[in-house]
Write a new protein. Structure first.
Length: 495
């Protein structure tokens, strides 16, 4: 503990964001470049180095948070990078994309603002690259065993890197034309610029991992054939089967799924398209769904120049403080949070009728109406109570030229035939069945990440990738020294 009084003398200070008017004019990350390092050592000083650090329990990766906070406070960046990479393959991803359940579990958060754990993590990850503390780590010798990883999101990449470093020959199969999964085409560049992803991919190539893009297993190559080529297969395809909204008028043109809309905007940033065929430019946009995907759609629509953007959340507006009875510390509380996209919408007044920023809370969609050409023009909604019962006389209508459905995901996509061709057993909720060792009912086939766990956070995805790698390594060699931070049955802390 570098400064025993740091948590008493130093207030919390977050990485500052660029002015709204500036950042909505581009697709660069929202934070002020270079503004984190001057403040981060003092912020790390606020860590109390607790005897029982609940930030460990709140993070499925088991990140050694007090240790690298202490090292950052002493500006020992090499040692901090070593301790961070000991539990997390991709801290520059999680430091930007994770909602930081570790901060909800920070002991300081009982009665003060938590330590800026996420910002410290991001600073270490970035500094590691700048100083050359993240070189490729190819194995000393090869095992002679081969593994196919299907899917290149955070679970697939983490599993592939761990297995490659253990000496196995690993090939990652990705249906899209670029590696990265949702980090590539689902996460907007203003949340994470893609050069962070490219840098890790090149590191993995240098370590020996092979990548096969534009290859949908089950369609471009038979799943059974792939299984016959490799000693083991890891399915890490994610949960990409989106949920639908079955209300009258859903068939109208202009009502799209969020994950049809976001990849097109990302392809514009990649230089593949001049403009998105679903661009929100000049349109009245309504986003149905109050989660992170909806917020990503919000920030994207604002940058595309929408005439208005409103986001509907079926839940009531949460309070600014934790409800100690319903969600006591150290669980992750549902409180009012102002993401960068919501801050932009608030300052630009994209939705004058909203309850807060661009959001209408406790709002349920009743139906859509369209014009004579069959294009959506309005969304009709009603307020609901906590049991989602309609409140009388609360109906209202919003103009809507583009409606984006961001209602979450139910499990892996089954249209490519992968699951049926392998004969995988499935859970009633639509995810892949697996045992305590991540193994499916098909010998040599393992499942990890959202495809088996269900929709979750990036830290859980990486933890799953690391854990399934240990299981596969044990399957191939009879033992494993790879870390397994979680089991398939672990879940976030709840009451």
């Amino acid at each position: 503990m570098a400064d025993p009084k740091g948590f008493m003398t130093t207030p919390r200070q977050d990485w500052p964001r660029r002015p709204v008017e500036e950042r909505v004019g581009d697709w660069d990350e929202v934070y002020v470049p270079g503004a984190l390092l001057p403040i981060i050592s003092k912020q790390a000083d606020r860590c109390m180095d607790c005897g029982v650090p609940f930030c460990h329990e709140a993070c499925p990766l088991g990140n050694l948070i007090p240790e690298w906070n202490d090292l950052v406070s002493r500006e020992d960046w090499r040692a901090a990078a070593d301790r961070l990479h000991a539990t997390n393959n991709f801290p520059e991803f999680t430091g930007r994309l994770c909602p930081a359940p570790c901060e909800a579990g920070c002991v300081l958060a009982i009665n003060q603002p938590a330590v800026t754990i996420k910002n410290v993590e991001c600073a270490i990850g970035d500094r590691a690259w700048e100083e050359g503390f993240a070189p490729p780590r190819p194995p000393d010798r090869l095992s002679g065993r081969t593994v196919a990883v299907i899917g290149s999101g955070p679970t697939g990449l983490a599993a592939a890197q761990q297995l490659t470093r253990a000496g196995h020959t690993v090939a990652v199969y990705e249906k899209d034309d670029r590696i990265g999964g949702l980090m590539r085409y689902g996460i907007p560049a203003f949340k994470m610029e893609k050069h962070h992803l490219e840098r890790r991919i090149e590191q993995m190539r240098a370590e020996g991992t092979k990548f096969r893009t534009s290859t949908a297993v089950g369609r471009d190559i038979g799943a059974a054939e792939l299984r016959s080529r490799y000693d083991a297969v890891v399915i890490a395809t994610g949960a990409t089967a989106w949920r639908e909204l079955s209300v009258p008028g859903r068939e109208l043109r202009g009502i799209e799924q969020a994950m049809e809309y976001l990849p097109l905007a990302n392809r514009v940033c990649e230089g593949d398209l001049e403009s998105s065929p679903m661009s929100a430019a000049g349109k009245h946009v309504v986003i149905v769904g109050g989660g992170d995907t909806g917020a990503d759609c919000l920030g994207t629509a604002v940058r595309e120049g929408a005439a208005s953007v409103t986001q509907l959340d079926i839940y009531a507006q949460p309070g600014a403080e934790r409800d100690e009875d319903a969600e006591p510390w150290p669980t992750y509380p549902k409180i009012y949070r102002l993401s960068a996209a919501h801050e932009e919408a608030r300052d630009l007044e994209t939705a004058p009728a909203a309850d807060a920023d661009a959001r209408l809370f406790a709002a349920s969609t009743l139906h859509f109406t369209g014009d004579a050409d069959g294009h959506v023009r309005s969304l009709h909604l009603v307020e609901v109570d906590a049991e989602r019962r309609h409140r009388p006389d609360t109906g209202r209508t919003l103009p809507a030229d583009l409606v984006l459905l961001a209602l979450g995901f139910s499990g892996p996509d089954r249209t490519d035939g992968l699951i049926e061709q392998l004969g995988l057993a499935m859970e009633p909720r639509g995810t892949i069945t697996r045992d305590a060792g991540f193994a499916t009912n098909v010998p040599g086939v393992f499942a990890a990440g959202d495809a088996a766990r269900g929709q979750s956070l990036i830290v859980w995805a990486i933890a799953e990738g690391r854990a399934v790698a240990a299981a596969v390594d044990h399957h191939l060699t009879g033992s494993s020294r790879l870390p397994a931070p979680i089991s398939p049955y672990d879940r976030p802390m709840t009451v």
